[in-house]
Design a protein around this ligand. Structure first.
Ligand code: MLC
Ligand code: AMP
Length: 468
């Protein structure tokens, strides 16, 4: 079946199938508008898209996929350092998106605006399932973000598994306001409706009052959004008529799960995934939902939890180890990074998630935390400590920097930088990082210190930093 099977076949001209903020289109209109974009992309292998939370992004992504190109979303607020890296590393030949987001690198691809007024009836044949659908850039513990290569087959397998687990059908109306350059907002939140036929209302920004006003059946959010909704009883009660509330991208605190159950009458479905693996584990709409657990492997996915010696730990709900996964939803590798690729897999071919988990006797998975402290999850965004440290060290007033995620009641973790500096102010450094990287990667707090704790080898001991 074509990746965007519903969109490819629909003859439905009713308006308001896909609404992004205040603009909406029918299925047929979206297909014809995107086909006009695809017509211009003939022969293009990789197309970057400035992924604002607008209808243009949906049209650009669909246009790229119809043309058979690999789509490379670029965070709209990425600073020049991050944007140039993504464009150069991906080899994107064209950048679709609003003018003004041009690469600063003169050798960067030409910027082509998306025209929502054009239509085409060209039929673009679906490429083979092993063709790349998306290259998503995601942070590792060190260095610049890596391109995660996802095939059409993997994306389709993930969405079909979720349709099964969540009873997600054309009768649904999905509501969310997540950014359109990650798995959650783009793969689940846009390609999901386009494959499965549910309507979509993207509310522009994930503000609680916009969720309350949207009248959906199915709602997606990261825990920070659910916690803000739980803190606003009137908003939470407005979600009572919904069919299903789904949380993912970070751990949902049990207090938020309980608060939402009391106010909305819904036990939130929690699911677990990664950019590299797409969604692999989830609670089911037709089964129980338990606070603090992420459910069972999705169809086509296998999981195991391994100790440090490489032996499987008992499935008793207590023994912890690294969660490893394999199956139909996995990525094809990191672009140009065979080293990182090899390190991410076991010799017998399982992907090492880096997450610490338990599996209970009933097969239910619980995510306990991460093995490495250098990957931070803040507001559901994955942020590599090393990338932020490199950005800070590019400031002339910074001599040393160590970045960690400290517990935060709203964001889960807060990016915090410990800096040894020469007469710099905290706010100046926060602004500096926000200008060079995506704004969400900026430290929310900078603590100026006289020195960083180091071991005898001179390596920074992050665990000895205050409050870590
Ligand atoms: C703030 N802003 C600045 C700034 N500080 N601008 C310039 N310079 C600075 N120093 C601006 C921002 O641009 C933004 O503007 C506004 O202030 C708010 O910034 P924010 O950081 O977005 O704030 P906040 O409201 O705290 O964000 C919380 C949040 C967000 C939950 C809404 O973190 C979010 O959208 N998270 C979702 C992440 C996600 O989708 N993750 C999925 C990864 S996939 P403006 O104008 O934009 O308001 C994955 C796999 C899986 O994990 O399992 O799903
Ligand atoms: P990303 O690369 O942005 O896709 O982030 C993937 C990471 O998000 C995983 O490795 C987990 O650490 C985290 N994550 C995703 N979903 C959950 C969840 N339901 N509970 C806990 N952590 C999660």
């Amino acid at each position: 079946m074509p990746l965007l099977s519903w969109l490819s076949e629909s003859t439905d001209e009713r308006p308001d199938a896909i609404r992004v903020d205040d603009r909406s289109v029918s299925w047929v209109e979206l297909r014809r508008t995107a086909a006009a974009v695809a017509d211009d992309l003939r022969g293009v292998r990789r197309v970057a898209v400035t992924a604002t939370s607008g209808l243009e992004t949906v049209v650009a992504v669909v246009g790229g996929l119809l043309a058979g190109a690999a789509v490379v979303p670029v965070p709209p607020d990425a600073g020049p350092r991050e944007r140039d890296h993504i464009l150069r590393d991906s080899g994107a030949e064209v950048l679709l998106g609003p003018a003004g987001a041009e690469p600063t690198d003169p050798s960067g691809p030409p910027v082509v605006p998306v025209d929502l007024d054009r239509r085409s009836d060209t039929h673009h044949p679906e490429p083979a399932p092993e063709a790349t659908a998306l290259i998503l850039y995601t942070s590792g513990t060190t260095g610049a973000p890596k391109g995660v290569v996802l095939s059409r087959r993997a994306v389709a397998a993930c969405l079909d598994g979720l349709a099964d687990a969540w009873s997600w059908t054309p009768d649904d109306r999905l509501v969310h306001g997540l950014p359109l350059f990650h798995v959650h907002g783009l793969v689940l939140g846009v390609l999901g409706p386009l494959r499965l036929g549910s309507r979509l209302h993207h509310v522009g920004r994930p503000r609680p009052e916009r969720y309350a006003g949207a009248a959906g059946t199915l709602y997606f959010g990261v825990p920070t959004i659910w916690s803000r909704i739980a803190a606003d009883p009137a908003v939470a009660r407005a979600l009572r008529p919904a069919r299903l509330l789904v949380s993912g991208s970070a751990a949902l605190p049990e207090t938020v799960f309980g608060g939402l159950a009391a106010l909305t009458g819904h036990r939130v479905v929690e699911r677990y995934g990664m950019t590299e693996t797409l969604i692999t584990v989830s609670a089911r709409a037709d089964g129980p939902c338990r606070a603090g657990t992420v459910g069972l492997p999705l169809p086509g996915v296998q999981t195991r939890v391994m100790d440090e010696r490489g032996d499987a730990v008992p499935t008793d709900g207590v023994a912890m180890g690294e969660l490893q996964v394999r199956g139909a939803t996995l990525f094809d590798g990191y672009l140009h990074r065979p080293d990182a690729d090899a390190a991410s897999r076991t010799p017998d071919g399982w992907f090492r998630t880096g997450d610490v988990a338990t599996i209970g006797p009933d097969g239910w998975h619980r995510i306990v935390g991460r093995a490495a402290t250098d990957l931070i999850k803040s507001g559901g965004y994955r942020i590599g400590a090393g990338e932020v440290e490199d950005a800070l060290l590019a400031h002339p007033g910074v001599r040393e920097a160590a970045v960690v995620g400290l517990p935060h009641p709203d964001l889960g973790q807060q990016v915090t930088a410990f800096v040894v500096g020469d007469g710099v102010r905290e706010t100046e450094l926060i602004e500096f990082v926000a200008r060079h990287l995506s704004v969400h990667k900026r430290p929310r707090q900078v603590r100026l210190v006289d020195d960083l704790p180091r071991n005898a080898m001179g390596k920074v001991q992050k665990k000895l930093l205050p409050d870590v």
